[in-house]
Design a protein around this ligand. Structure first.
Ligand SMILES: CCCCCCCCCCCCCCCC(=O)SCCNC(=O)CCNC(=O)[C@H](O)C(C)(C)COP(=O)(O)OP(=O)(O)OC[C@H]1O[C@@H](n2cnc3c(N)ncnc32)[C@H](O)[C@@H]1OP(=O)(O)O
Ligand SMILES: Cc1cc2nc3c(=O)[nH]c(=O)nc-3n(C[C@H](O)[C@H](O)[C@H](O)COP(=O)(O)OP(=O)(O)OC[C@H]3O[C@@H](n4cnc5c(N)ncnc54)[C@H](O)[C@@H]3O)c2cc1C
Length: 611
């Protein structure tokens, strides 16, 4: 017709997605408020987002076309700009605005380990004088810290860490060494280029005795010219599956001396004569990992699945493919039961996990206060067991769920421009970092009866403890998952019971609660049948009920993902934007690809002369 095929992104909203929003069965804003923790917090979050989204430094329109160095430099620029903004606007470091700002920007702003692990660990394991000395410097970016625990040879088995820190009473210093190649610190985030200091987790030796893993603040680079200090070799570990913008690094320390005051000593210290003094639990030096596992749930892991649901469900109402009924228009792919079967249990999972993470963070904060103000460590084992199990379960389920959403979007789900592949490769890291999931499940499994019987009978038959434990580990890990699943469903039901004053949102969320629970039974049907807990007929009833619930969710699906209130700037998706103009955005964004840049004529001649 001579009309341009692609006009500028159409104004307004794609009618196929507009029709999905005309009559939601619930007040969308109230669900957003519920997820934020109240209407006031929604307003604060939106205020923070509007400030960030209106500042070009934070814009990432070209994110899919940058080199690794460009991604790193961009994330550092955003981190510095955010610090400037926080100062300009008076956002306190532990305030609500800052919390929302870091959550909105996530790992797209540099120094995630500095802010999310280095500073909190000093606050938890340091004494007041150490907090007063180091935390203001770190918050002001006058020093940049990393958390250096994992080594080339050890990540899980902390008692196997090889870096040694030996106290020398003659000069009141610790001497740090790495005896062999496998001792090199490997993986710490912000280490490769940024960090000036490292929290080094190492085996403490004093008076000839090893006292286990402790935390030490070590300066590794000059504050004058950022060069590495004597005895320090540091660099980047190279390309990864994601987190290209993060400089995960390696660190070698040889005969590096630090003052006695640099050992974080709230719960243990070395006195001037070298005597080791312990206060509280042996495991308190592991506490930072418990806090990080807990925070990662709502900071990194659940948002990945939430964003994937927004993208996949919005795309599924603007993508028409094939015909359910001959003679009619092509069908919205979300009207196929199979598409609902893929996506709606993921949506229910986001709500289940969100409510679980909120409850668990409250429990974690309660234990933190117990430990810090009363020296009461009694809840630490339970907190550790559950944080390990939840981190393992939620990262496993969210990774698999993001991949399900990606595959439900066909070819466009395979394009980086959809935002889905990078959501997957990023959240997949959470199955490994902060404790590899298998090992985390086994930490939770220390509670579990059935596995216990098998363990007991093996031990009674004379088998060594470690052999009995390992040969029961599959059952133990399954039991740990079941224990966490039960806790999550229970928490979802309790959360629903507290919504009786909001019947409209209670009704729509109750459908998701039932869908989450029934989908969990179907995903583990063999366990329920094996134990005789359910019959085949009952399982058929579960299947039929789940199908009915999918139909109930269908009419509100777009409004439910709208309630997550992610802006287009946060989704970075050509196919998941609010207005539903997927095809225009895919075409427009593709034009930015360097591959579409004008080929210099000289190059064109050179190439064509080769043919
Ligand atoms: C945060 C937001 C940032 C946002 C930012 C932007 C985004 C950015 C994204 C990227 C963010 C990447 C962040 C990654 C940062 C790392 O990855 S840091 C490194 C993390 N490394 C780990 O988690 C290591 C995992 N390994 C372990 O925790 C321990 O070795 C294990 C597996 C628990 C085993 O412990 P073990 O002492 O070797 O031996 P074990 O006999 O199992 O345990 C002994 C006892 O201690 C207990 N115990 C063990 N661990 C603990 C603990 N933690 N607490 C209490 N008790 C414990 C055991 O229960 C056991 O108790 P009993 O049964 O004897 O009573
Ligand atoms: C993106 C990313 C960021 C990271 N950031 C940091 C950081 O900032 N600071 C830091 O110190 N570290 C960091 N790490 C390292 C991370 O904490 C470790 O990779 C993690 O703890 C796993 O240890 P590992 O790599 O040595 O794996 P291993 O412990 O060697 O595990 C490898 C395999 O062996 C199995 N296995 C190990 N032990 C057992 C067991 N007891 N029973 C059964 N199976 C077992 C595991 O299940 C796993 O499948 C990061 C890692 C990643 C991927």
């Amino acid at each position: 017709t001579g009309q341009p095929l692609v006009t500028a992104t159409q104004s307004g909203v794609n009618p196929d997605i507009h029709s999905e929003r005309t009559s939601p069965s619930f007040p969308v804003e109230r669900v957003t408020n519920l997820l934020d923790g109240g209407a006031e917090l929604t307003a604060t979050r939106r205020h923070v987002e509007s400030i960030i989204n209106s500042d070009s430094t934070f814009s990432q329109d070209d994110r899919y076309f940058l080199t690794r160095v460009e991604q790193y430099e961009g994330s550092v620029r955003r981190a510095v700009r955010l610090r400037e903004k926080m100062k300009e606007l008076g956002w306190a470091d532990n305030g609500t605005e800052a919390m929302f700002a870091f959550r909105v920007l996530g790992a797209d702003v540099a120094f995630g380990i500095h802010n999310g692990v280095f500073i909190p660990t000093i606050k938890e394991l340091g004494i007041e004088a150490q907090i007063a000395k180091w935390v203001p410097l770190a918050q002001d970016l006058q020093i940049i810290g990393t958390y250096a625990q994992t080594e080339l040879g050890h990540g899980t088995y902390l008692r196997g860490l090889e870096t040694t820190v030996t106290f020398d009473p003659s000069n009141q210093e610790f001497v740090i060494n790495m005896p062999r190649l496998s001792s090199i610190k490997w993986w710490p985030g912000d280490l490769g280029r940024s960090a000036t200091h490292a929290l080094v987790l190492a085996q403490l030796y004093t008076q000839g005795k090893c006292q286990g893993m402790h935390a030490f603040i070590v300066q590794i680079r000059s504050l004058v010219d950022h060069s590495s200090l004597p005895g320090v070799t540091v660099g980047d570990i190279g390309p990864k599956m994601n987190f290209d913008q993060v400089d995960n690094g390696f660190l070698i320390l040889q005969n590096v001396h630090i003052p006695r005051e640099n050992m974080l000593c709230r719960y243990s210290e070395v006195s001037p004569d070298g005597t080791y003094v312990k206060r509280g639990s042996d495991r308190i030096n592991y506490f930072s990992m418990v806090l990080t596992r807990t925070r990662l749930l709502s900071a990194e892991i659940i948002p990945a699945l939430a964003k994937a649901c927004v993208i996949a469900i919005r795309y599924s109402v603007v993508r028409r493919q094939s015909k359910l009924k001959p003679g009619e228009m092509e069908t919205k792919i979300l009207d196929y039961q199979m598409q609902q079967q893929k996506l709606f249990p993921q949506l229910a999972t986001v709500f289940a996990f969100h409510f679980m993470a909120s409850s668990f963070e409250a429990f974690c904060n309660q234990v933190k206060v117990q430990i810090k103000s009363k020296g009461d460590f009694s809840s630490l084992p339970e907190l550790h067991a559950l944080s390990a199990g939840l981190k393992a379960l939620l990262s496993d389920v969210c990774s698999a769920g993001v991949e399900t959403c990606r595959r439900a979007c066909g070819g466009h789900g395979y394009s980086l421009l959809s935002g889905l592949p990078s959501l997957y490769t990023r959240v997949a890291g959470s199955c490994t970092y902060e404790g590899e999931n298998t090992v985390m499940q086994l930490q939770t499994a220390r509670l579990i009866k059935n596995a216990g019987f098998q363990l007991q009978s093996l031990l009674q038959s004379g088998v060594e403890q470690y052999v009995a434990w390992d040969s029961t580990s599959i059952l133990l890990a399954q039991a740990a998952i079941a224990h966490c699943q039960y806790t999550i469903v229970n928490n979802f039901v309790e959360t629903m019971s507290r919504l009786q004053h909001e019947p409209e949102i209670q009704q729509v969320l109750q459908v998701l609660c039932d869908l989450y629970a029934l989908s969990g039974i179907l995903a583990n049907a063999e366990e329920f049948l094996h134990d005789g807990y359910m019959t085949g007929h009952q399982l058929d009833l579960v299947t039929a009920s789940q199908r009915d619930l999918l139909t109930c969710v269908r009419k509100d699906a777009v409004s439910l993902v709208d309630a997550f209130d992610y802006s287009d700037q946060q989704l970075h998706s050509a196919i998941g934007s609010y207005d539903g103009h997927a095809y225009q955005r895919l075409f427009e964004w593709a034009q930015k690809a360097p591959m579409n840049a004008k080929v210099p004529f000289a190059l064109f001649l050179a190439l064509s002369s080769c043919c």
